[in-house]
Design a binder for this molecule. Structure first.
Ligand code: UDX
Ligand code: UDX
Length: 467
């Protein structure tokens, strides 16, 4: 079976870049990305490529090449479903905010709506691919909806989790470590798997394309994110020991990372991990374990989140205690708001929690981030509901220039590891600040020796050389 027409439901951080790469690599396939959010689709269709709704290095060039040729963005969901041989579901699956599993389980309401819409519209057989990260056994729920409400149309359900990381999405998509495809054991199921393998084989070598049963594929995605997040919480736990004992977490990370069994990646201590996936997927894993009565398994993974929350809390506590136990009325400048560099995404960013804690201590915060827009920053804070929108606006200001942002501040906190922070004129920044001028490097990216020579008083995450 050769796929000629693909529809992707959900034009977000996953659906957009993934399908842009599929379209670029498979010019013979028409790829239509649909979304219920009309302004998002309008942004994807914007002539000005700097206005795409997702910022990813290299994405603009790919969209430029494929858009209008075989890549289309639309709000006409029904038409795109009807015309497609293969439908990717890439809608969000947030943590439930109500009812059973509140605060833990994934909310599958959007997935179910998609399945029902596919069932209603389809007039020909289709392969439905889960791209969203889902709890184990979701595929069987989708299958049940499709088979019971459809009109005699045959559906095959595949699980094809996405492993791209934001900021490096295009490179990850072009050169993936592996592609994982889960499907049914039946002949029809195997044919569907093969159809998806053939798409990826346009640019990924076959030995990197793994095929498994559906549930292994679903669980592998949750497990991969849980293991990655666990590494960050592990090194962050050690960063605390380093600060107390006088060791340096970067030296420890290097020493252990050279053990080929441990490996060197994902050992960068930080103010805490963020992003749309890690916390959500671990909570999901914890919930699944609990529903199977595996309480020890649930507790084990939950600790990864507890450590992450603590890392954020202790960062803001340290700022308060270092600034003579009060930040009330003091200006603190945040360099970075995104959850990591090279993205405009702020979901679950550590900066949000750190800011919220400091605002509760009546600090004035000024923020500079190279890519995150002002409305996003206020929306992130307002969403927490800790104080009114007006209070957030009064206490926090957003700047588009780092030198303006840091003028007359008591302290600078580095929340995101943007490369440009390393090359600023730090003397100029120092001269414009109140003294003592403090720096709290929550990402361990600045050259502390140089900064101390200028006169800054420095704290670096995981460094025993404390203030
Ligand atoms: C999301 C999840 O975060 C991730 O776990 C999952 O693997 C894939 O989906 P992301 O692309 O980052 O990843 O989410 P988001 O940027 O929120 O995009 C989802 C899009 O789906 C939104 O643009 C939303 O408008 C759209 N959507 C949602 C629909 O088109 N229809 C719906 O019914 C629900
Ligand atoms: C993650 C997974 O890496 C990806 O495979 C999956 O598809 C989606 O979830 P993402 O959240 O985009 O990707 O970014 P990632 O690079 O994993 O970083 C997540 C968070 O961990 C960021 O806040 C990052 O700053 C932090 N992190 C990462 C550290 O603090 N230290 C590290 O060593 C690595």
């Amino acid at each position: 079976m050769t796929i000629k027409n693909i529809c992707c439901i959900g034009a977000g951080y996953v659906g957009g870049p993934t399908m842009a790469v599929v379209a670029q690599k498979c010019p013979y396939i028409t790829v239509t990305i649909v979304d219920i959010n009309a302004s998002r689709i309008a942004a994807w269709n914007n002539e000005d490529l700097s206005k795409l709704p997702v910022f990813e290095p290299g994405l603009d060039n790919i969209v430029d090449e494929a858009r209008g040729r075989n890549l289309f963005f639309s709000t006409d969901v029904d038409k795109a479903i009807d015309e497609a041989d293969m439908i990717f579901i890439s809608v969000n699956t947030p943590t439930k905010t109500y009812g059973k599993g509140k605060g833990m389980a994934a909310d599958l309401k959007y997935i179910e709506l998609c399945a029902r819409q596919i069932a209603k519209v389809s007039k020909s057989n289709k392969i439905v691919v889960e791209k969203s990260t889902l709890p184990v056994r979701t595929a069987s729920a989708i299958k049940s909806i499709l088979n019971h409400t459809g009109n005699g149309v045959q559906f095959q359900i595949l699980s094809n989790p996405e492993f791209l990381a934001e900021g490096t999405a295009i490179d990850d998509l072009l050169n993936p470590d592996r592609i994982l495809i889960g499907g049914d054991d039946s002949i029809e199921g195997q044919k569907a798997i093969q159809a998806l393998v053939d798409i990826y084989a346009n640019w990924v070598s076959k030995d990197k394309i793994l095929t498994t049963n559906v549930w292994s594929s679903e669980l592998s995605k949750l497990t991969a994110n849980a293991f990655l997040a666990q590494r960050v919480s592990s090194i962050n736990a050690i960063s605390q020991l380093c600060e107390k004992s006088g060791a340096d977490v970067n030296e420890v990370a290097k020493a252990i990372g050279m053990d080929s069994r441990i490996g060197s990646k994902f050992l960068k201590a930080s103010v805490g991990f963020g992003g749309s996936c890690f916390q959500k997927d671990i909570l999901n894993l914890v919930y699944i374990a609990k529903t199977y009565g595996l309480n020890e398994v649930a507790d084990y993974w939950e600790q990864v989140i507890i450590m992450n929350d603590y890392q954020k809390q202790r960062f803001s506590d340290n700022i308060v205690s270092t600034l003579y136990n009060t930040v009330s009325g003091k200006k603190i400048t945040f360099f970075g708001w995104a959850f990591k560099k090279d993205t405009n995404d702020t979901r679950e960013s550590a900066a949000i929690k750190v800011a919220d804690n400091l605002l509760s201590e009546q600090a004035n915060i000024s923020v500079y981030d190279p890519k995150v827009v002002e409305e996003r920053i206020y929306a992130d804070l307002d969403y927490l509901g800790t104080r009114s929108e007006n209070e957030n606006k009064a206490l926090l200001t957003v700047h588009n220039n780092p030198y303006e942002a840091s003028k007359e501040s008591h302290a600078i906190a580095v929340l995101t590891e943007w490369d440009e922070f390393k090359t600023y004129d730090w003397q100029k920044i120092y001269d414009s600040m109140y003294k003592p001028a403090f720096i709290f490097d929550g990402r361990g990216i600045l050259d502390i020796q140089t900064l101390e020579k200028i006169g800054f008083v420095c704290y670096k995450i995981g460094s025993g050389a404390k203030i």
